[in-house]
Design a protein around this ligand. Structure first.
Ligand code: C5P
Length: 239
């Protein structure tokens, strides 16, 4: 597999072409941003952790019957993925109130919901990723009704697998963001990453935050939190 020219550089990843038009290489960076790029920093070692964690979690999704873009890990920071056309929706599933949900509705963090919620935002940095519902997504032709239904079903299925896995690691899955894409044959697959950048993960006993909120909220111990959550995953998988 030959790594060819870079086609995209995002906030946390670079993407390269390969000699196969249906495959891309993702290269994870240590750069961290928050609040739509207003806060910038570096989390040392984050690229390695996010790459390896996301790949292991994607493999668990595949095992559970949820198709993903993951093909093969190439190095500590690089992964081979299927080329997809990203559906421009950020799909957020929540089990517990936190972050923008708590702020928007004026409730405290930590309220455990009877059932998970799902929300979409329009993936558009210039507009600040505005929230939208399925009618808006259809009006904007971001996806078809059938694709949105598939995305919802996959997102809730990811939640079940992920929640159960993290519980076995002594970690509570609070919420997370997913992105989906369309592969060459038009089918929907889970894309992007599943990592402490995109999930809220709390220690099940102490409720200590083991995710990017430590960076967003200047809580300190950012690198230690990323290392700890990765260790929990590796210890679990070694059993
Ligand atoms: O900020 P908010 O409460 O809406 O975030 C919900 C979840 O989605 C969090 O786990 C957060 O890490 C993730 N998220 C993300 N990328 C964004 C917005 C939210 O990964 N652009």
């Amino acid at each position: 597999m030959q790594k060819l020219e870079q086609i995209y550089e995002g906030k946390a990843k670079k993407v390269f072409k390969t000699d196969d038009p249906e495959l891309l290489i993702v290269d994870y960076k240590d750069d961290a941003t928050a609040f739509n790029g207003l806060k910038k920093g570096t989390i040392l070692g984050k690229g390695v952790i996010n790459n390896q964690m996301s790949n292991r979690l994607m493999a668990k999704m595949e095992k559970a019957g949820i198709p993903t873009h993951f093909v093969r890990e190439l190095s500590q920071r690089e992964t081979l993925v299927k080329r997809v056309a990203i559906v421009p929706l950020e799909v957020i599933v929540r089990n517990i109130s936190a972050g923008s949900f708590a702020k928007r509705y004026g409730v405290e963090e930590g309220i455990v919901f009877d059932q998970p919620t799902i929300e979409f935002s329009y993936k558009n940095d210039a507009l600040g990723d505005p929230l939208l519902n399925t009618y808006h997504a259809l009006a904007l032709k971001l996806a078809t009704a059938e694709e949105i239904e598939t995305i919802k079903n996959y997102a809730f299925a990811v939640n079940e697998v992920l929640k159960a896995f993290w519980a076995e690691c002594g970690v509570t899955l609070v919420d997370f963001k997913l992105e989906f894409g369309k592969v060459a044959d038009g089918s929907i697959v889970l894309a992007d990453e599943i990592s402490p950048d995109t999930c809220r993960l709390w220690d099940a006993k102490t409720h200590e935050k083991l995710d990017k909120d430590r960076f967003r909220r200047d809580l300190g111990g950012v690198e230690d939190a990323y290392a700890e959550i990765m260790k929990r995953l590796l210890d679990h998988d070694a059993q």
